[in-house]
Design a protein around this ligand. Structure first.
Ligand code: HEM
Length: 501
């Protein structure tokens, strides 16, 4: 009888020891973040994630907390949503930008991985230098001229899909300024063909970055068309001498770096640069115009400000200078606010050594992900986050080129977007000249944003038409001191209720 009891006690004790050991070992071993994995091997949560990735990310955050992993199509993507994780994302040496993007770069532009890794840092420094804040004055004159030229083609009045109008302006202006004037129309290729192929390439970029090309026939055709265009025109880009200034274009500077061993990949780099310079700038120009035109008070204040700073509306070729931009600060605020609300879905880094975040260890091999789109909806950083409130930018030290805390639209850390100052300048000049030349109104309500993609800024879903007509009938004398004298214009032009405190 005692023997039976002893045995029972021994079994219970052994079981208890086992449980305790398990708990202790689990505690000691690395604890991974909670994971949304689904039940199908390899596919994981891929089907649900693929249907509406942006929404899935937010649902997972609500379910699992500030750090969580989504396992989809064989990839582990670990999302960080609060300070500690964001800090690791931006500053840790254990996470790497190049290793995270080398594969998408290979798929979308056929740059081999070894070439990409060898050249990336030098290329980044070159782009950062060419498009740094101190160099923006170099772009001012060219951007003004180019936008005037393209706006001529719009005629005195018309109705268009706004996104098409923005493409008609930004495609040629950006290419003429950053690559070579006349590039799109040279080599007997029609401008419409360029628009057509670039649009297909841009729309399919996210799928193209993940799927084999043979599954995406149309996208692959457009990619090859664009690569062929660049193959033909690389010698012309290299030989091009910009008329007004003696310094090389951005693309010429990039080609200088690529020259030598990687020469035969020049067209691939040109394609990457083309995509980087247009894919976000076009939808952001669209969204900014839509937000301005659908907020009557802001629209009115901006138009009054433009008349006051640039003079009565007309068709003459006025120049938007740096000084004038400083007096039209509300427009810059509107652009930054539009970018806040329509920020890229995700940016990414590769974990190269396990990193601790909160109480978890993120294993090497994971993709560390950050969603600027959702971060910009955190009320801790942006009160009333869903509202378009340009006046919140009053708090940012834009003179010193500092954005608001928590603003991650251009990424961060060492490889932050090198084109951000160029983008802001280009979009400001574009919007000012459109609203200077034309009375504009929207014929459709504010469109929804597509939730289908997470790479880059969201595209509009459905059409949104704009009606425009020359403003030459509204001739107001300028109020500023400038060439025609008059009262001092207000420093910024704020909508009623948005006055500076
Ligand atoms: C509103 C417009 C734009 C937005 C929202 C935007 C956003 C971004 C973001 C989020 C990244 C990734 C940064 C990271 O992972 O930390 C990036 C990279 C980059 N952007 Fe932009 N961008 C814009 C316009 C432009 C323009 C106009 C250019 C060129 C003229 C440009 C050139 C690039 C390049 C080349 C990279 C890759 C940098 C590298 O590989 O080191 N971007 N951008």
């Amino acid at each position: 009888m005692f023997g039976d009891l002893d045995l029972g006690v021994a079994v219970v004790a052994a079981l208890l020891t086992g449980v305790v050991l398990l708990v202790v070992l689990r505690r000691r071993g690395p604890r991974r973040p909670p994971c949304a994995a689904g039940w199908i091997p390899w596919v994981g949560a891929g089907l649900r994630f693929g249907k509406a990735p942006l929404e899935f990310i937010e649902q997972a955050r609500a379910q699992y907390g500030p750090i969580f992993t989504i396992f989809a199509m064989g990839n582990r993507m670990t999302f960080v949503t609060e300070e500690e994780g964001i800090d690791v994302f931006l500053k840790s040496k254990e996470v790497n930008f190049e290793l995270a993007v080398q594969y998408p770069v290979y798929r979308t532009a056929s740059v081999p991985k070894n070439i990409f890794l060898t050249l990336h840092e030098k290329l980044h420094m070159t782009m950062k230098g060419k498009m740094g804040t101190f160099n923006m004055y170099q772009f001012m004159g060219r951007l003004n001229e180019e936008f005037h030229e393209q706006l001529e083609d719009l005629g005195p009045h018309g109705t268009m899909d706004l996104i098409s109008l923005v493409r008609c302006l930004l495609y040629p202006v950006t290419v003429n300024v950053l690559f070579k004037k006349g590039l799109i129309v040279s080599h007997k290729r029609k401008i419409e063909d360029f628009y057509w192929h670039f649009q297909i390439y841009d729309e399919g970029f996210e799928y193209g970055s993940q799927m084999p090309e043979w599954l995406l026939r149309n996208w692959s055709k457009s990619k090859r068309w664009l690569l062929a265009l660049f193959e033909e025109s690389i010698p012309d880009i290299k030989a091009y001498k910009p008329e007004r200034d003696d310094c090389a274009t951005l693309m010429q500077a990039v080609l200088d770096v690529v020259e030598g061993e990687a020469d035969r990949h020049s067209a691939s780099y040109a394609l990457l640069m083309l995509w980087a310079s247009l894919s976000n700038a076009v939808p952001i120009t669209f969204w900014t115009l839509v937000f301005i035109l659908s907020h009557g008070d802001i629209h009115k204040t901006i138009v009054e400000g433009i008349s006051s700073v640039l003079g009565g509306a007309g068709r003459e070729k006025i120049t938007v200078s740096e000084d004038k931009l400083k007096k039209l600060l509300l427009i810059k605020w509107c652009i930054l606010e539009a970018i806040r609300l329509r920020a890229p879905g995700v940016i990414t880094r590769k974990v190269v050594k396990p990193v601790k975040i909160l109480n978890y260890t993120v294993p090497s091999g994971d993709l560390l992900m950050l969603s600027p789109f959702w971060l910009h909806r955190n009320p801790k950083y942006f009160p009333d986050p869903e509202s378009f409130r340009p006046e919140r930018w009053k708090e940012a030290n834009l003179e010193k080129h500092v954005f608001l805390d928590g603003y991650m639209a251009f990424g961060g850390g060492k490889f932050q977007c090198p084109g951000r100052w160029f983008a802001l300048l280009e979009i400001q000049i574009c919007i000012i000249l459109i609203l200077y030349k034309y009375d504009c109104s929207l014929l459709d309500p504010l469109p929804k944003q597509s939730h289908l993609h997470v790479v880059g800024v969201p595209q509009p879903e459905g059409r949104c038409r704009i009606e425009y007509k020359h403003r030459h009938d509204v001739c107001q004398a300028p109020r500023g001191p400038g060439p025609s004298g008059g009262a001092t214009p207000p420093a910024t032009h704020l909508a009623p209720g948005l006055q500076e405190g």
